[in-house]
Structures are given as C-alpha cells and as structure tokens.
Design a protein around this ligand. Structure first.
Ligand code: M6R
Length: 591
C-alpha cells in the first residue's frame, strides 16, 4: 500500500521524473499524492487528492526530491493528510509506507514538547521525531538512525532534508534502489517497487529490513541495529519492459487475462528435482498449512481440494489474517505454504515470522523475486506470470493454481502425468481465449450489469472457486456478489433469490454434477436467471458459458477464466475504473 519514490541526481529536474514514477506506482494506492523538491536549502511541497495521472499539480525546479501516492490508513483523504509530511520548521519532508502502531503515544509526547501537528496521519510523527533529535544536537543521519527503532510495526520511509540529504529506511515494506550510471555522477532512485524506475534503469540494490540508504555526495548503507556501515550488491534485472505497459489493450486487466495463454506455460516450467524434493517434505510433514489473503487465500482454499483429490492428503487452508488462531499448532515438523502474488502482503509475512520463530518450514509460491516472502522462505516457487498491474489478480491466480497442482501431482508420485494433463489444459485455455468467446461473455454482462446482486454456486472444488468468483466480480464492478456451496443455499441464502436474480452455477465433470444441477433447479424454481459455466449444457441454464472438458481437479483454471472476463465487462459497463478499483491497492502491506 502506498507508493514511495525518491530521486537524486545533479542535473535533471526531479519533478517530472518523480511524477512519472508516481504514475507507475499508482496501483499501490491512488487516493491522493504529493511530492517535495529541494532547491537552495528550501523544500517545496505539493499535495493533492485524486490520482496523479488525472490531477493538476504545480512543478518545482530542483534536482532532488521525494514523492508519494497514498492509500489512506490513518486520516481521511485530504490534502493535509497526503504525503510528504514535514517538521515544525519545514526543513524535513517524509514519505512513508506502513502503519506506525505506537504513533499516538509518540504524538502525545511530542505535542507536550511543543511540536505542532497539521495532519491526522501516523506518518507526521517521523519528521517531528527527526527534528527533535536534531534539536538535541544530532546530525541528520544520526537523527534518522535514532528514529527508526522507535517506530513499531512495518514501516518504510524516505526522509529528505533541506540540506539535500536523503535517507531511506526499510522495515517490513519493500524499498529498492535503482542506479543509473550514464556518466560519472549517477542518478539514484528509491522506490517501493522496481516499477517506479524500470523505464530508467534495471540496475538495482534491494534494501533489507533494518537497513538505511543515505544519499548525499555518495551512496552509503548502514545497519540500524549495529549502526555500522555495510556493503550492498548491485543486481542487474532481466525484465521485459513491455510487461509493464498496456500495449494495444484498453486495460491491464484485459491484457493480463489474455496473457494467461503464455503465463500458464511459464508457471509449469518448474525444476522437477525441487518439486520432488518438496513433495517429499510435504508427504513427511506433520501438519501442512496453506496461507494467503484475498484471491491468494482462495487459491489456498482450492489447494485443500486439489491435495485431497490428487494426493489423498489433508492440508489445512487458513486465511493469513486469521492464522494467529492456529499458530500454536506450529512445530518444527510443520510445513507452511504461503501464496502471494506480490510477496509483500503484511498478514502473510507476519504469519511467517511466527512460523519462523517456531522453526516450521516455509515454502512460498509468489510472482516476485527478492520479495519479503521470497527472503523469509526456505524454498520459493516463482510462478513467472510476469508483472501483474491490475489490482484484480487474474494471470497470477491461475499460475498459482498450476504450481499447487504440480506439487499435488508430485506428492502423488504422478508428476510426469500431471504435467501432461496441464500442458493439455493450457492448449485448451489457448483455444478458449478467442474474440468470439469474449463477445459471448460480454453479452451476458450486458444482460446482468444492472443487477444489485450476483450469486455464484459450486460444489466440491467449485465451492472455493465460487468465493474467488465473487471477489473478482465485486472488486471490479462493485456489484455485490457472493459465492456459496451449492448445498448451503437452502440453509438461508435462498431467501434472497427472487425473479431474475442472476445465479452462476460453476460445474465440472465430476461426481457433484447431479447435485449442483438440483441446486440450480431449486433457485430456478424461485425465479432465478441461471447461468451455467460448465463443459456441458443443461436445459436448466438460461445462459451457458462453455468451458473445456478437463479433469475436475484442474477445472478451477478453466472455470475461472470466463468469470474474470465477466467481471471485467461488468466493470466496464458500470463505468468503473477496472484497473484501479476504489479503495483498493495491489499490494496490501499493512494489517
Ligand atoms: O499479493 P497478494 O497475492 O498477497 O495479494 C493478496 C490479495 O490482496 C489479492 O489477491 C487481492 O485479493 C486481489 N485484489 C484480488 O484480485
């Protein structure tokens, strides 16, 4: 949540470069933005509500600056609460990502000492704490280093002084430096994501937790715990820039749905030895937990069914935000498998920190190399889906499912057969994602987009998929959607079904077919408009979306793709900002 950027050089105006970065980081939060530029020992600050890509702002001259695009946590969406925040003398500006859990306590103490606060944010305590330390005789570097350990929670920030010194601190949320060396004096970028500077350089330095980067005449790194200087490695990234662009597509979401053809192929391309090794670990573990949040949590939930069906193995699924209720079960022989596209989701990382303390083994499935999740894990499977920019996860979700399936097949000693099944499935996904199919789904969207509620039902593996379908529809179109286990409807929710209520019936070629059709008949009897998503048509369906006939355990992939398209077209018809739904952010780095 929140995108932060710092830019330092000696000749180019910083403002346009920071603005470009903020546009790239906008997916991390987009309710307001701001920046600070330093020139002649003076900080000029602009802060605005709205998205940086569609709001007017003023430019300031100066070659050094910081910027922020906000997802509000503490304090309403106002200019005053937008970052950067400053100290009493307007000599220090700070952009921040995270939540300072003890900010109220700090704020009270600082207020007693006469500090004047202008916002409702937690962030504002940082510049005032730095100011207080400077008043007590410390220099800027010492002052910042003293502040870092005082902040409880996961916090990363960049502080800029009117003396042209910039310091970035990481704890919990990512901060990556980009170094561009076209001439002797480098340009330095610090961003919460490589996308903040990918257009400019692919030479990066990953800051680790409790480290700071200081940029003045030189670039230096320090460890906050030891206060000693450290050396950091420059890494050259191998990333295709086109991945971060929409190309000819109107939206990232549509582009990413279509990219599933290629992404799934990359996901399948895992190292067999590692799959087999980790499958053995899964088979030997005492207790296996799959954890994740949001859509990734739904993949974990589907994993329960996949492992049961393919490997005859019981695994537990827990939403990471609820994992603290289960973590007392963790022992060194327990295996925790975390799924996260970004690898930065706070609830997942906090759960894993506990697992680590209890010496349980951690395997992760993520899209992001060098993410916090990658770093904390004993082994990481990269799904290689390519950059996923739309807030609604699509290609990462199905790619995660591929890796889960591979692991389950490996556990069952059927890896080779499993790979053949998946390659066949990917061929079918290729055929499915064609313009005619898209149009057919668009027509359905045109029929139902004005509805207030959409119900989705499924049995067996289609039950957790119904929950994921509901997330997709809700976040992109703002239509209330809810997924139910087919058998549960008559225990309450059926009371909501009335004439023309759209009910999507997710069906696979498995033993639950007859029963889900009975559930469809029950809602149809109450007037529902029944939409079948299945390999076979049925007279009970008012609208049918054909899916490829695949093994039941792999069917979540092919059943989900039409729902992703439906969610996209519902969002478009409702006039929603499909790539940047309101109140959401791509990477949820706060609890
Ligand atoms: O980066 P992660 O996979 O950990 O993100 C988890 C959720 O925040 C994410 O899946 C969210 O639910 C998406 N908006 C769903 O489309």
């Amino acid at each position: 949540m929140c995108g932060i950027i710092g830019y330092w050089n000696q000749e180019k105006d910083a403002c346009p470069i920071i603005i470009e970065s903020l546009k790239k980081l906008e997916y991390r939060g987009y309710d307001s933005f701001g920046f600070a530029i330093v020139l002649n020992n003076k900080l000029s600050v602009e802060r605005k509500t709205g998205k940086v890509s569609s709001t007017e702002y003023q430019n300031f001259p100066g070659v050094i600056g910081i910027g922020h695009t906000r997802w509000a946590t503490h304090g309403k969406i106002t200019e005053n609460n937008a970052h950067p925040h400053r100290d009493c003398f307007m000599k220090i500006a700070v952009v921040h990502n995270g939540i300072i859990e003890n900010y109220q306590e700090i704020k009270n103490q600082l207020s007693k000492k006469g500090h004047n606060f202008l916002s409702e944010t937690d962030t504002e305590v940082i510049p005032h704490l730095i100011e207080e330390n400077i008043r007590n005789g410390l220099d800027f570097k010492e002052a910042v280093m003293d502040v870092c350990p005082l902040l409880q929670g996961r916090n990363s920030f960049i502080a800029l002084s009117s003396d042209q010194e910039m310091i970035a601190f990481r704890n919990g949320s990512p901060l990556i430096l980009g170094v561009k060396k076209n001439n002797k004096i480098p340009e330095i970028f610090i961003a919460s994501d490589i996308q903040g500077f990918l257009d400019e350089t692919r030479d990066v330095i990953y800051l680790d937790d409790n480290q700071i980067a200081i940029i003045k005449e030189n670039l230096e790194f320090y460890d906050i715990n030891t206060k000693k200087r450290i050396e950091k490695r420059l890494i050259r990234l191998d990333i295709d820039l086109k991945e971060a662009e929409k190309g000819s597509y109107p939206h990232f979401m549509l582009k990413e749905i279509m990219e599933q053809k290629k992404a799934l192929r990359r996901a399948i391309n895992q190292d067999d030895k590692n799959l087999m090794h980790l499958a053995r670990e899964i088979n030997e573990a005492k207790g296996i937990f799959f954890i994740g949040c949001g859509t990734a949590a739904k993949v974990c939930h589907i994993a329960e069914y996949i492992f049961s069906k393919i490997a005859n193995k019981h695994v537990n699924f827990v939403q990471a935000s609820e994992f603290e209720n289960y973590n007392h079960f963790l022992i060194p022989e327990t295996l925790v498998i975390a799924i996260s596209q970004s690898g930065e989701t706070a609830d997942v990382l906090e759960s894993l920190e506990i697992a680590k303390k209890r010496k349980s083994k951690i395997i992760s499935i993520t899209n992001t190399k060098q993410s916090s999740l990658d770093k904390i894990s004993d082994y990481t499977f990269f799904i290689n889906a390519g950059i996923e920019k739309a807030v609604a996860s699509t290609k990462a979700t199905t790619s995660q499912l591929i890796v889960v399936l591979l692991l389950a097949y490996a556990c069952a000693g059927r890896l080779e057969e499993g790979k053949r099944i998946l390659i066949d499935l990917i061929g079918k996904v290729n055929d499915m994602l064609n313009p005619r199919y898209e149009l057919h789904i668009k027509k359905l969207a045109e029929k139902i987009y004005q509805e207030e509620n959409i119900f989705i039902i499924g049995r067996g593996i289609n039950y957790p998929l119904s929950l994921e379908s509901a997330i997709k529809i809700m976040e992109v179109s703002y239509i209330h959607a809810q997924g139910f286990a087919g058998g549960e409807l008559k225990h309450g929710p059926i009371a909501l079904i009335k004439k023309d209520s759209p009910v999507i019936v997710l069906m696979s070629n498995d033993e639950s077919k007859k029963e889900i059709i009975s559930n469809a008949i029950e809602v149809k009897s109450r007037g529902a408009y029944v939409i079948g998503v299945s390999p076979e048509n049925n007279p009970i369906f008012d609208y049918w979306i054909k899916t490829p006939n695949v093994e039941a355990e792999t069917s979540p992939i092919v059943n989900l793709i039409p729902i992703q398209l439906l969610a996209y077209y519902l969002g478009i018809l409702k006039g929603c900002d499909v790539d940047y739904p309101r109140s959401l952010a791509k990477s949820v780095t706060v609890k």
